[in-house]
Design a protein around this ligand. Structure first.
Ligand SMILES: Cc1cc2nc3c(=O)[nH]c(=O)nc-3n(C[C@H](O)[C@H](O)[C@H](O)COP(=O)(O)OP(=O)(O)OC[C@H]3O[C@@H](n4cnc5c(N)ncnc54)[C@H](O)[C@@H]3O)c2cc1C
Ligand code: SF4
Ligand code: SF4
Length: 436
């Protein structure tokens, strides 16, 4: 892997001469399970659910070097670029931690139903609905609960507002949004992507290699992301109630309020609920995937608009009013935001700013400042790290004291030496190797 760069605009993704294999990407803790390698390599790669509860790619046969080079160029575990410069206006504020900001407001969906079912204030759902209703796009690519296994998450193509709303709410477990992205591009229709920042990174990586991305993907909208948990985290909730996955009719992580309850319904008509605080009360049991701990862009600098919760210090009081912080990042995002407000689909509560978002998302500020040292620590331990460009990681780290950076780097180096930042080889659940 290449060195970590902090400011280096590149229009094309370099094809590595010595690419990592899929196994190396996974076992070094770089994979987040987006599915783009599956889409890139076709039938030679399949996504499996591992015993840890992660969606991971497995090569059915040895992949040739050109295929691996392409995967390394697009994978958000090996290459993480910053915001697309051509889409950032000169007027945009470029803040070290928060990146490009055209406008920053607190707001929500105007439709009371949408803001109720939405994760926070339903902003992303409202934007998605506006895009399909106004004909700006033909469909929205996002995710929704699986209809047959509602604790699992599947990619969804929504062609109308009703379908967009079915995908409302945060899905904390694994979600391979891009598993058939090539087929999505093959449709040759304008679309919007609503997804995690790393999903958008993957698609932006693909853009220089596949002109269909810029031709058809009209908008990329992200949520600010604290990390994707393992499915095992969700399975622990089931164990609490003595339930098995095949009994489920509904598994909602949040939404129906801000944040709303984690609600489970069974096929035989029983319902179980725990609060957001109960779900996340013990940080040792968050089961956040390794890639998230070194995520240089969990705040969605690569998106046209990034949407977050608006809770002080990252946690809800109990039930809060429906509300999001909305970071408009690109000119395209600004035109969309203005049109959505003008159409009465989004409502603005008030303007916000860097000082406020830094308080609301203090965990994201800490992470932005920590990632450079974490990656250095991994490099020193001899582990491959992603090739990071244009994300000001070094500048963010400079906001820490040298002692804090040293401690962060040493901690990562030691954890990497002990194998704590890596993962087991990917095997499907139920296979001989996969069964504990
Ligand atoms: C794993 C995860 C971690 C998060 N961490 C933070 C955080 O640290 N700070 C913060 O402020 N907010 C975080 N959020 C985002 C927050 O929960 C809200 O989703 C966000 O504020 C947008 O709210 P909304 O009401 O506009 O969303 P909605 O209107 O409910 O729309 C959410 C959209 O996101 C899509 N989506 C949901 N889950 C996934 C997924 N796993 N992968 C891809 N797409 C998905 C849905 O399909 C839907 O289109 C996280 C969300 C997730 C899923
Ligand atoms: S992050 Fe995505 S592209 Fe990279 S190895 Fe994992 S599934 Fe494949
Ligand atoms: S923290 Fe980063 S890598 Fe993890 S799911 Fe969120 S955007 Fe992806």
């Amino acid at each position: 892997m290449g060195p970590i760069e902090t400011r280096c605009s590149q229009d094309t993704a370099p094809l590595a001469a010595d690419p990592l294999s899929l196994g190396e990407i996974v076992e070094n803790g770089l994979c987040i399970g987006c599915g783009l390698c599956r889409s890139t390599a076709g039938r030679d790669v399949e996504m499996v659910m591992t015993p840890e509860g992660r969606e991971r790619p497995v090569a059915r046969k040895a992949l040739d070097k050109p295929t691996l080079a392409k995967i390394n160029a697009v994978c958000p575990g090996t290459r993480i670029a910053g915001p697309p410069p051509a889409q950032i206006s000169e007027a945009a504020l470029a803040e070290t931690v928060w990146g490009p900001v055209e406008r920053l407001v607190l707001g929500r969906a105007a439709d009371p139903m949408v803001r109720f079912v939405g994760s926070g204030g339903g902003t992303l759902t409202a934007l998605g609905q506006f895009l399909v209703n106004s004909g700006r796009v033909k469909f929205v690519l996002h995710v929704a609960a699986s209809r047959s296994m509602p604790m699992r998450t599947e990619r969804r193509l929504s062609f109308d507002a009703a379908s967009v709303v079915e995908g409302a709410g945060s899905r904390y477990g694994p979600a391979a949004t891009l598993v058939d992205f090539n087929d999505v591009l093959d449709r040759g229709e304008p679309f919007a992507l609503i997804a995690k920042p790393c999903d958008i990174t993957a698609v932006r990586n693909l853009a220089p290699l596949d002109p269909r991305v810029d031709e058809h993907m009209r908008y990329a909208l992200a949520f600010v992301c604290g990390g994707a948990s393992d499915l095992t985290k969700s399975e622990q909730v089931l164990q609490r109630f003595g339930l098995s996955e095949d009994e489920l009719a509904l598994f909602r992580y949040r939404g129906h309020g801000n944040p709303g309850l984690n609600r489970i319904e069974t096929k035989d008509g029983h319902a179980f609920e725990i609060s957001y605080r109960q779900l996340w009360e013990d940080e040792d049991k968050w089961m956040i995937q390794p890639r998230c701990k070194i995520c240089p862009d969990a705040i969605g600098q690569v998106a046209d608009i990034a949407v977050s919760d608006a809770w002080l210090n990252g946690g809800p009081a109990v039930e809060d009013e429906p509300l999001n912080a909305i970071i408009v990042r690109t000119e395209r995002g600004r035109a969309l935001f203005d049109a959505t407000v003008e159409a009465g689909v989004l409502e603005i509560k008030r303007e916000s700013g860097i000082a406020e978002i830094s308080e609301l998302q203090s965990h994201q500020v800490r992470k932005r400042r920590a990632v450079w040292a974490r990656l250095k620590g991994m490099e020193i331990a001899g582990k491959p790290v992603p090739f990071v460009t244009d994300l000001a990681l070094r500048d963010c780290a400079a906001e820490n004291s040298p002692a804090a950076n040293l401690a962060e780097g040493r901690g990562a180096r030691d954890r990497a030496h002990r194998g704590r930042l890596g993962e087991s080889p990917a095997v499907p659940r139920g296979s001989v190797l996969g069964d504990p």
